[in-house]
Design a protein around this ligand. Structure first.
Ligand code: ACM
Length: 731
């Protein structure tokens, strides 16, 4: 895809140590790219199966076949991080191909990697991440001005290796790639549920594969203080249950991330979200203690007292200590969700507000933010904070992290602040990848001027950890985070959702190879849930059930499981379930194809769909009849399994009616929709992904007689409209 977006600031051809200043090559390349622009590109050319999709790419004729003689070499700049990354690539390729690929001399290398210079030792915002890749039938050449671009190109290569009947190969392709946004992050909340260092390293491996470059560690919150302070040890001693990163571990995380071209931005969320600080230092609070680590989820009253001079002394000492651990120029101070209860109830604080002309609690928080910004600046860092820190008078070197909406990001940019978008990228809310993918920090119709647009640095997916543990966290991050990574890296016109899902299925396997646990988590969890008596066939049946459900979305999980605390095991069916189940997505796609493809309904498709529904129906019934009596936890979910069986039953009946062209009455439709509403309602904090497509199927069965008289588009619109009626009373 050609894009007219600004190029990276560094001009790749002028780099000192770059040996290949062959301008003609790029003139030709540019002409070819232009010819293959979206206007000129044949519809049929599939996008390469990589995420994020490169900024510019074009296939050539042929392929580079992998044989045992395939060797890899480096020329130009060489450093440890490139070497390690090449080793990683070869290991993955070897594991995939079964070959033993080796290093060799540059002259004979099938893959030549040529970097111009080292990237910064500690990755920097806005550094050059560009690279080019040229693959033809004889060799692949990866070139980059810096080793950071080299890492990005190696990530592309890792994904690009494919197999078919003729063996393993790289397609012949020319790629010229660079990121659209400089800040492409993943926030991991390690406070609500503790995430040991192995988890963090794993996620960094996944991030590197999809070219994310910021790990935002949400290190402190009401439920845990997760970093060692040597100056104020009561913070972790009283606030963490012993679960915190030692300073050596933090240094190890920073080094591990830097080796992958990833910055680490720490967040210390203040002045609210601070119960865990106040356990060891109750005198910093706006209300007398004692305090205990919060074990529930929500927004709570404990808050720091911004009128307390000792607070700023501690913050100065603590943040100064942290800047010794975290080299990134940006430091996140949170600032979100102060509910004001403790400030309202404290007469001295209210008097301070009056005396200092601060007007109200928001004014007090603005006062606090300004003082903290001065401390952060004193330690040579730029302050980042959530939307709430944006109050009149805030110096414009603060960075606004927007979680409440894209409007606040735009407003911040208009007022002169740099900003990052996370609203729309809350992966903890279990929304489909498609929804996140549609969210653009700078949509095509942005009202921002080009100067304002440059202030939009990028975005971050947020893995808030109320409902995840180290066991399940990958299934919430991956593969959906790859869709967000693409939104932040690839040109703005790269937006086709179906194509994204096609490539997401491939990158999901690559992420699995790279050690992510978003597939591997499931079997052990199902065995544990099923209990000791379950047979292999019953485990398979349970897996089939998990394929059609997903955890309830948004903030609703707590409605189903209000007793949950930090101590509750997250090992139930809702934890086994994952967003965007590939099997369910495929079923939904096939139902819609069956219903909305113009012409006669395809009887083979109907039969395949019916077989699928019957398989789920049978699995659910068998589990209730045979496993539930022997398994305490399956017994608990029997009502849900019965609901699934009834839901599938409706689908089977409707499918038969459509396939037989048997007319169904409005009364039949109403009855079946009511059954779907009743049987398919969310239970045990999970919902059935197949209910909406089955509603369409039922409505299509009832409206079959009208199909011939309508255009395909009108038919689709009518069915979608009727099926979406929430009350089941629609006609
Ligand atoms: C937030 O979600 N409160 C930043």
């Amino acid at each position: 895809m050609i894009c007219s977006l600004p190029r990276p600031r560094r001009v790749i051809l002028t780099h000192r140590a770059f040996a290949w200043t062959n301008l003609a090559r790029w003139v030709v390349f540019g002409v070819v790219m232009f010819a293959l622009s979206p206007a000129g590109r044949a519809e049929a050319v599939p996008t390469p199966p990589v995420m994020p999709l490169p900024a510019e790419w074009s296939y050539r004729a042929g392929r580079l076949a992998f044989t045992p003689a395939f060797t890899v070499a480096m020329t130009g700049h060489d450093d440890a991080r490139l070497q390690a990354s090449i080793d990683g690539l070869l290991q993955r390729w070897n594991e995939r191909t079964g070959l033993v690929l080796r290093r060799g001399p540059a002259t004979a290398a099938a893959l030549l990697i040529e970097c111009g210079a080292p990237g910064p030792e500690i990755p920097q915002l806005g550094e050059d991440e560009s690279y080019t890749l040229e693959v033809d039938a004889s060799r692949a050449v990866l070139r980059a001005p810096t080793s950071t671009g080299g890492l990005r190109g190696l990530a592309t290569l890792q994904q690009l290796l494919q197999s078919d009947a003729d063996g393993w190969q790289l397609p012949a392709i020319q790629i010229r790639d660079h990121p659209r946004f400089a800040w492409r992050g993943l926030l991991v909340d390690v406070s609500r549920h503790w995430m040991p260092i192995e988890v963090i390293k794993r996620e960094l491996d996944g991030m590197a594969l999809v070219k994310l470059n910021v790990l935002h560690l949400h290190l402190t919150d009401n439920q845990g203080f997760r970093v060692e302070s040597k100056r104020y040890p009561r913070l972790q001693e009283f606030g963490s249950d012993g679960h915190y990163y030692t300073q050596d571990q933090i240094r190890a995380i920073v080094v591990y991330a830097a080796a992958r071209g990833i910055r680490v931005v720490p967040e210390f969320d203040i002045p609210g979200h601070t119960t865990s600080w106040l356990v060891g230092y109750p005198e910093l609070a706006a209300a007398p203690g004692p305090y205990a680590i919060e074990r529930h989820w929500g927004v709570f009253d404990p808050v720091m007292d911004p009128t307390n001079k000792a607070l700023y002394r501690l913050l100065d000492g603590f943040l100064g200590e942290m800047t010794g651990l975290f080299p990134d120029p940006y430091l996140h101070i949170g600032g979100d969700e102060v509910n004001g209860v403790q400030w309202n109830n404290n007469a001295r604080i209210q008097q301070f507000i009056r005396e200092h002309g601060l007007k109200d609690n928001a004014g007090l928080q603005a006062y606090f933010s300004r003082r903290v910004l001065a401390i952060v600046a004193k330690h040579g860092r730029k302050m980042v904070g959530w939307d709430e820190i944006l109050t009149p008078g805030l110096p414009t070197d603060a960075v606004i992290h927007s979680w409440r909406g894209p409007e606040s990001l735009a407003r911040a940019a208009q007022q002169g602040y740099a900003g990052i978008l996370s609203n729309g990228y809350y992966i903890d809310l279990i929304h489909p990848a498609a929804e996140h993918y549609r969210v653009d920090p700078l949509p095509a119709d942005t009202p921002l001027t080009s100067a304002e647009q440059r202030r939009v640095l990028g975005g971050e997916g947020t893995m808030w950890a109320e409902w995840v543990t180290p066991e399940t966290v990958d299934s919430r991050i991956w593969p959906r985070m790859a869709a967000i990574a693409e939104r932040l890296w690839s040109p703005q016109p790269v937006a086709a959702v179906d194509d994204m899902y096609r490539r997401l299925a491939v990158v999901s396997r690559r992420l699995d190879e790279a050690g992510m646990r978003h597939e591997a988590y499931l079997d052990p969890m199902l065995h544990r849930l099923a209990g000791d008596d379950a047979t292999p066939a019953e485990i398979l049946a349970l897996r089939a059930v998990v394929d059609v459900i997903e955890p309830v979305k948004g903030y609703h999980r707590g409605d189903f499981q209000p007793e949950t605390t930090q101590a509750s095991p997250l090992t139930g069916l809702a934890d086994c379930a994952r967003p965007d189940s590939p099997v369910a997505l495929d079923f939904i796609r096939r139902i819609d194809q069956f219903l909305f493809t113009p012409g006669e309904h395809d009887p083979a498709a109907a039969a395949a769909l019916a077989r699928q529904l019957t398989a789920w129906h049978t699995a659910a019934q068998d589990l209730v009849q045979n496993l539930a009596p022997r398994s305490p936890r399956v017994r608990e979910i029997a009502p849900l399994l019965l609901g699934l069986a009834d839901t599938c039953g409706v689908g089977e009946e409707a499918l038969q009616a459509v396939a037989d062209r048997r007319p169904c009455s409005d009364e039949w439709r109403r009855e079946k929709l009511a059954t779907l509403t009743q049987a398919g309602q969310p239970r045990a904090a999970v919902e059935f992904m197949i209910v909406p497509p089955l509603r369409r199927l039922v409505c299509a069965a009832a409206a079959g007689a009208q199909r011939a008289a309508l255009t395909p588009e009108a038919w689709r619109q009518m069915i979608e409209q009727v099926a979406a009626v929430p009350s089941d009373k629609g006609t």
